[in-house]
Design a protein around this ligand. Structure first.
Ligand code: CA
Length: 652
């Protein structure tokens, strides 16, 4: 058994900082370098295919500098597949894919040597990445590749449904409504955040329709998932098709954010990390994997070569695939120093790169909480965003209680936290001693504002339970008020695919089984069938009113910089809270030298009133009413907000 008493000392003595781990190919030769200081031997296995009994040869690696092993062949190995066999204690041998493999065969069991320069689609070099000087400029839309176009209602051609190529068909329709790629453009979002597209374990790529997964079961961090490709047996195909996806979105001015799952591996002792160097890349205690992820293990970003692995991997995605930003799954398991280092390294590739993540863990980590990238440590990583669960819970009700209500559904006590969220969850001069737990951000750019993500109930399903005694008409108002709060809050608005037309995750019926109201919908749908997860685009027609409203809100936000202030100082200067007749009706103004907006939020089922305060001069008109409409007519200073709605006024 390999034992490392002190990882810091071990890293000081053994870490390798070269840029050539993995396969390196030129016209004259191919060489491989791998790091495993305590291995007693390492072998390179070359195969003719990604699977099957077709080994071409096995070569020994030679000991090289800083715990690395080196082998070279005097020819380019394009078209071949490979694995490594690591030997420990002169007896235990483990064959595994290279953790640095950038392409792979079907199901990710063997690395592939490919020529990346031959995988670029037309216009790849000439299509610029979208400009995003500050995260607050973004409107993020979280999409799962398969959900996006899998259903027949997507209008996507059958061979492309559920694939990367489902993002590249223009002008698809369901009835008269735009779907998929056209929908993204019509809605006006700025960035698509893709659920994991790196290779994951549990969908058999030879029969992708037999299983479904979100993709938080990572297998190969630098390879793409094969089930999204038209042909997962040819390693270049998924690379080319994913680049085409990125290229199409960039062409439309839409940035691409990848959801990355470095915090754990799907397999533990069978993972490539563990076979390459047991208990180095994972955290452990007494020879056991620790489980800070809740998925059976957690990786060790605090170990130098895991940190380097994450850096090398992210730099690869940002460079080879022109990825615009990264969303870190269970970021709270990574250490703060690593996150800040990753930002620094990625900014060298792209000065506008965006990083944010979940500021929590899925279990208990052995690393001290003061070192972890948790939300309450936001001040130690001021350039990295975090999901604002305080704002989310206040708006719609807590996630852990399906029946819990929020501000929009009658819990008016949440109004203090809502005010915090409107100020980007950073300190504001008018908000003293209220909802302090929701005041954690250094700048609004750190606050990822959301009410619905892939996890938990969709907003519409949650309202269906928590507001079941209200009418559908009222629940639609609640849903729209959620969208209004998100887009009127300082920070970064984040929407889930289909949230704009009341996405639902119904459980597939079973013959002879009657579901309870809780069973009839799926909360944790990570491996639920397409019946539950795929987007049913006909809903866009049915609930077009909601879509049109969200679209109008996005347009309003994107047209006016006051809605996306990028610093704490700017928020304190330009955002002001005012009184309404009722203390839980929230009235704010956003003003600079040129423009002034006043908006009011009414959580009550009855209309509410406020008076535009005398300190705000000028005449106001309607910038956005409860139907998303504007009206240039001058209004009285005494203003009515319709039931359960937001009203935005603009100075004429
Ligand atoms: Ca896979």
């Amino acid at each position: 058994m390999l034992k490392i008493a002190d990882y810091e000392q071990f890293d000081r003595e053994n870490a390798y900082f070269g840029e050539d781990l993995g396969a390196n190919v030129s016209a004259e030769k191919t060489y491989f370098r791998t790091w495993s200081p305590l291995a007693t031997a390492v072998y390179l296995n070359i195969y003719a295919d990604g699977t099957g009994n077709n080994r071409v040869e096995t070569l020994p690696f030679y000991h090289s500098e800083q715990g690395t092993w080196y082998v070279e062949l005097l020819r380019p190995l394009y078209g071949y597949f490979y694995t490594y066999t690591y030997e420990f204690d002169y007896k235990n041998r483990y064959e595994t894919i290279d953790i640095y493999a950038k392409a792979c065969g079907i199901n990710g069991d063997r690395g592939a040597v490919i020529d990346f320069s031959a995988t670029n689609p037309p216009e790849w070099e000439t299509t610029p990445q979208p400009v995003c000087p500050n995260p607050c400029e973004m409107v993020v839309y979280e999409c799962h590749v398969r959900d996006f176009s899998k259903d027949v209602s997507s209008g996507v051609s059958p061979e492309n449904r559920g694939k990367f190529a489902g993002f590249t068909e223009p002008d698809t329709l369901c009835g008269t409504q735009k779907t998929c790629f056209s929908h993204l453009k019509e809605l006006g979002i700025t960035h698509v955040q893709l659920l994991p597209v790196a290779d994951y374990a549990t969908v058999d790529e030879t029969h992708p329709d037999r299983a479904y997964n979100w993709g938080y079961d990572p297998k190969n961090y630098n390879c793409l998932e094969g089930s999204y490709a038209s042909d997962p047996t040819v390693p270049e195909v998924r690379v080319r098709e994913f680049k085409q996806l990125v290229c199409n979105l960039h062409n439309a001015g839409i940035g691409v954010i990848m959801d990355v799952v470095y915090n754990h591996t799907y397999a533990s002792d069978q993972s490539a990390f563990h076979k390459s160097f047991p208990f180095y890349y994972h955290r452990s205690k007494n020879g056991q994997f620790t489980n800070g992820s809740g998925c059976g293990n957690e990786t060790a970003s605090d170990h130098a070569m895991m940190r380097k692995f994450m850096r090398d991997s992210l730099v690869f995605w940002a460079t080879e695939y022109k990825i615009d930003g990264f969303r870190f799954d269970l970021m709270g398991l990574h250490d703060i120093d690593t996150m800040n280092y990753l930002l620094e390294e990625l900014r060298k590739v792209n000065p506008q790169i965006i990083l944010y993540g979940e500021g929590w863990t899925g279990g208990e980590s052995p690393l001290h909480s003061s070192r972890l990238a948790l939300k309450f440590n936001a001040g130690k990583m001021p350039q990295i965003g975090l999901f604002n669960d305080n704002h989310c819970g206040a708006i719609k009700g807590e996630n852990f209680n399906a029946y819990g209500t929020g501000y929009v559904s009658g819990n008016i006590h949440a109004s203090a936290t809502i005010r915090r969220g409107l100020a980007g969850s950073c300190p504001h001069w008018q908000l003293h001693n209220i909802a302090q737990d929701a005041c954690w951000a250094m700048s609004p750019a750190q606050s990822m504002n959301y009410v619905e993500v892939h996890d938990n109930l969709t907003l519409w399903d949650k309202l269906g339970l928590s507001a079941k005694h209200d009418t559908e008409e009222e629940r639609i108002k609640m849903d729209k008020l959620c969208a209004a709060i998100l887009l009127l809050s300082q920070g970064v608005p984040f929407f889930h695919l289909g949230q704009d037309f009341l996405r639902t995750k119904p459980r597939e019926p079973e013959e002879g089984v009657a579901f309870s109201e809780l069973e009839a919908i799926v909360e944790n749908s990570y491996n639920a069938p397409d019946y539950t997860n795929s987007i049913k685009w006909a809903r866009k027609q049915t609930y077009h009113e909601v879509f049109a409203y969200v679209k109008a809100l996005i347009a309003l936000r994107r047209a006016n910089p006051l809605f996306r202030l990028s610093t704490q100082d700017a928020v304190n200067r330009h955002l002001k809270f005012h009184a309404a007749d009722d203390p839980n009706v929230i009235v704010c103004s956003l003003a600079d030298e040129q423009n002034c907006f006043v908006f009011g939020l009414n959580p009550y089922a009855a209309e509410q009133w406020f008076t535009i305060p005398s300190e705000i001069a000028g005449v106001f008109c309607t910038a956005l009413d409860e139907n998303g409409q504007a009206d240039d007519s001058a209004l009285d200073r005494r203003v009515k907000i319709p039931p359960i709605s937001a009203l935005v006024l603009k100075r004429i």
